[in-house]
Design a protein around this ligand. Structure first.
Ligand SMILES: Nc1ncnc2c1ncn2[C@@H]1O[C@H](COP(=O)(O)OP(=O)(O)O)[C@@H](O)[C@H]1O
Ligand SMILES: N[C@@H](CC(=O)OP(=O)(O)O)C(=O)O
Length: 823
């Protein structure tokens, strides 16, 4: 015989109940089955809600009652939708409707009573809660009957006998087992249908087995009659590696031991009510967790032994709404009895302790309990230790709320070193603060208390660490989607699957912003339609974007700045402080005031978040990365010589005796090689910023004002009030610009705008470069950087290639992102 239990979602709609019925028909072909059903999904909560409202004299309870009515009536209508064409079916439909109305009227009277007397005792609560399962089982039984299925109905209250501990009754197995055996021995129907969760005390009062207790009903029956199998049918395909609602990558665990299942269910894997395992464990009855919505899926099988070569970590669970209480004081050290008094007090108050830790100094004891019990626990403990508190031997108990427990679970963890190391380093790397830790001597469970806002991030990072070791998800938040930003998104879109397949890096753009609008999406923005999504986004704001990123609290988050805006540069610190890495092509932060640059470097180390800006110099060329490698490996930078401006190169490569300086600059402006005001490039300020960054990265604390800048533009050009006026000065001063060209040509030299760093000093300016020099033949937008170092004293290390352009800049940003992913 097999026992099948169907949970709230499985019986939550006519559609799902029809699925349940097909499963029953299928399974009852081979063997007799007992079927335990829960209340229709959400009804137990609604019953409680209505009762609490009524008890608080809130007439809203009538609305909740009506909602309970309509939920059941919808289910019945769905199950009997064809009854108009069939006389017998119509009769069954009407009979069922009358039965359910009768029960619901009873419920109404009970709620009205609670409203009148303004009281809700645990005993009345159980009576009220029992309606959920009574209604659902009646509906399913009569539907099965109307479809000529060979089914019997048995009220579990007549079988399961408990003490009078209402809401969480303790089963009297002696009487219960006999009741169950007697009933099933004398029954011959192919299917027996029973309501779960409900029971009766030895005195005949209605009791319940605790929230989620229908699983337990099924397990009690399975153990009493030595069933071949206990099946728990729910809305997911088994017990998952972690809560599938919080971690998308969670997957069903094929096999678990009873102990592992107990640990996982205790630690929040809601799919199985923890006491369920005990009765069947003794009889070694396998438990199979199956999905009503996908009956073919394998599910999870829980037995005594699992595969010897299975993974040491089986699952990661969490318990929400935890408060951490700390009893501490010098008076506790070496004095026996504090623990006893503390825990006795909690036991008397029926306060359940979820986790305990005590430091070996004995100076403090921490324990985790449900948030709901925290206030009461503080009151009773402070009262019990009032005398010691007065004598300042101990402090009043400290209560921290809004916490959660996360736990890594697996039978074989004890045989593997390094699991707790991995667990805590993963949490640390992701900036998850750990408030307390506990590990049982069985080493089957390592638990940590963390803030509730960090749970999703913690579960996802731990899941990645233990179950997806090979893929690392990077969550990108990009601001600035002009030319370069657009190319970066295209490149990411194109490379996504390649990176995932070959490098196990999963890139997700979770946020986009320009100066007008912004959009964030936890699931990742669809890269095919990102422009529309951004356009329809909310009004952009730097703080707003930061708040979204913080609130999402995703692991491996990276803020990518593809603007040239100082306000954006000024917010990097706020990102780093939340362990969010920053990748910038914006040069302002690194070339502005040195204090800010230093602060960002410190924050990056302190919060374990990368701050990368490779594209600040030479666009996609690996200039800064190479320089960093030289410095970190102990090399000393003596001299850097570089041509770092694509626009100035373009201008001086095209300027000669046959052209005018005006025409060339105009062309450069029109073709987008320069900023709209070409003086930003021609004045050399941009080049100065770049060499300043190289000097700083070489370890020299320079400011922009320390740089020598040899400006070749005329004073009139610099002072012109508008861009138009500036161009007029070029026409007027053509002879001067020609003289620069002529002087170089006479010496067989090329004009190049050179940046130089030497002996701690940096300068930029126009130079006449002789033939044979590596700069002489520099073409188009190319940049070149030469490093003369202790290890490269005469022949410099040279990096050369396109130093401007949307594609190469985007690929430089991409390279920084990959650096973070590989770290
Ligand atoms: N580790 C886990 N494995 C599977 N489900 C989990 C886990 N942790 C939490 N859950 C949640 O438990 C739910 C099933 O439990 P529950 O709602 O009580 O089902 P039922 O109503 O069928 O008894 C799933 O929908 C899932 O969201
Ligand atoms: N209906 C009860 C008992 C139960 O087990 O429900 P479910 O199987 O839907 O978790 C509850 O909600 O607590």
């Amino acid at each position: 015989m097999k026992i099948l239990k169907f949970g709230g979602t499985s019986v939550g709609s006519a559609e799902n109940i029809n699925k349940v019925i097909s499963i029953l028909e299928q399974q009852s072909k081979d063997t007799n089955i007992a079927v335990v059903v829960s209340a229709v999904g959400g009804i137990t909560d609604k019953l409680l809600e209505a009762a609490n409202l009524a008890c608080n004299k809130d007439l809203e309870y009538k609305q909740t009652y009506n909602a309970i009515w309509s939920q059941h009536s919808k289910v019945i209508e769905g199950l009997f939708e064809n009854s108009d064409h069939d006389k017998n079916l119509k009769k069954s439909h009407e009979a069922l409707y009358d039965l359910i109305s009768e029960k619901l009227n009873e419920l109404k009277s009970l709620l009205d009573g609670i409203y009148l007397i303004n009281e809700l005792s645990p005993k009345t609560k159980d009576k009220l809660l029992s309606f959920g399962e009574a209604l659902s089982s009646t509906i399913i039984y009569h539907t099965l009957k109307s479809r000529q299925v060979d089914v019997a109905y048995k009220n579990a209250q007549e079988l399961i006998v408990t003490d009078s501990n209402f809401n969480n009754a303790i089963v009297n197995f002696e009487i219960t087992n006999i009741n169950i055996q007697l009933y099933f021995n004398s029954n011959s129907n192919a299917i027996v249908l029973l309501p779960g969760f409900v029971s009766k005390s030895v005195h005949g009062e209605i009791t319940t087995l605790g929230r989620g207790g229908s699983d337990y009903t099924a397990a009690i029956i399975a153990a009493a009659i030595d069933a071949d199998e206990l099946q728990i049918w729910t809305d997911v395909s088994g017990m998952y590696t972690t809560n599938p609602k919080l971690v998308k990558q969670a997957a069903p665990i094929v096999e678990l031991s009873y102990q592992e299942a107990v640990e996982l269910s205790h630690f929040g894997a809601k799919v199985l009510y923890p006491p369920t395992v005990m009765p069947v464990l003794k009889k070694k009855i396998p438990i199979v967790i199956k999905n009503t919505l996908d009956p073919e899926a394998l599910g999870t099988t829980i037995t005594e032994n699992t595969q010897p070569n299975g993974s040491p970590v089986k699952g990661i669970s969490n318990i929400e709404n935890i408060a951490l209480l700390t009893l501490q004081g010098n008076g506790m050290v070496g004095v026996p009895g504090f623990g006893k008094r503390l825990f006795e007090t909690l036991a008397q108050e029926k306060i359940n302790i979820v986790l305990i830790t005590q430091s070996s100094s004995e100076h403090s004891i921490c324990f985790g309990i449900s948030d709901n019990d925290a206030k009461r626990a503080k009151e009773v403990i402070d009262t019990v230790f009032e005398y010691e508190i007065q004598l300042l031997k101990i402090d009043p108990i400290i209560v921290e709320t809004d916490l959660s427990i996360i736990a890594v679970i697996g039978d074989k963890m004890k045989n593997h070193q390094g699991i707790s190391g991995k667990m805590f380093s993963t949490l640390g790397k992701n900036n998850v603060n750990i408030r307390a830790i506990a590990q049982g001597a069985s080493e089957r469970n390592i638990s940590a208390i963390i803030h509730k806002n960090d749970v999703k991030k913690a579960l996802n990072s731990l899941h990645e660490q233990f179950f997806e070791i090979k893929t690392k998800q990077i969550n990108l938040f990009i601001t600035g989607v002009g030319n370069v930003g657009e190319r970066l998104i295209e490149q990411i879109h194109q490379q996504k699957s390649y990176l995932k397949e070959n490098f196990k890096i999963s890139l997700k753009i979770a946020g986009l912003s320009n100066s007008r609008t912004m959009v964030v999406n936890d699931d990742g923005i669809n890269l095919k339609h990102w422009k529309q999504q951004l356009e329809n986004g909310e009004k952009a704001s730097l703080k707003g974007f930061l708040n979204h990123v913080k609130k999402l609290n995703l692991r491996n988050s990276v803020f990518v700045d593809i603007t040239a805006n100082d306000a954006v540069a000024n917010i990097y610190g706020d990102y780093l402080k939340h362990s969010i890495s920053v990748v910038a092509c914006n040069k302002i932060a690194c070339s502005g005031n040195i204090e800010y640059y230093n602060e960002l470097k410190i924050l990056s180390r302190q919060y374990n978040a990368a701050f990368l800006f490779e594209t600040n110099v030479g666009a996609g060329l690996p200039v800064i990365d190479t320089l960093n490698h030289l410095v970190t490996s102990g090399d000393k930078i003596n001299t850097i010589q570089a041509v770092l401006s694509g626009s100035l190169n373009f201008i001086f490569n095209n300027f000669n005796a046959e052209t005018t300086f005006y025409d060339v600059v105009k062309q450069a402006q029109e073709e987008g090689y320069t900023e709209p005001d070409p003086r930003i490039d021609l004045s050399g300020i941009d080049v100065a910023r770049k060499v300043l960054i190289l000097a700083r990265e070489s370890g020299h604390a320079l400011e922009l004002s320390d740089l020598e800048s040899d400006n070749f533009l005329t004073n009139d050009a610099m002072e012109a009030a508008s861009v138009e006026d500036f161009f007029k000065t070029l026409i007027k001063d053509e002879t001067y610009y020609q003289s620069l060209f002529k002087s170089a040509e006479d010496k067989n030299c090329q004009l190049k705008f050179v940046a130089e760093f030497n002996n701690g000093k940096a300068k930029v300016g126009l130079q006449e470069i002789p033939e044979g020099h590596p700069f002489y033949n520099l073409k188009g937008k190319d940049n070149i950087v030469m490093f003369y170092t202790q290890r490269y004293p005469e022949q410099p290390m040279i990096i050369k290639g396109a130093g401007a352009g949307a594609d190469v800049t985007a690929s430089g940003l991409f390279a920084d992102i990959i650096r973070i992913a590989n770290n």
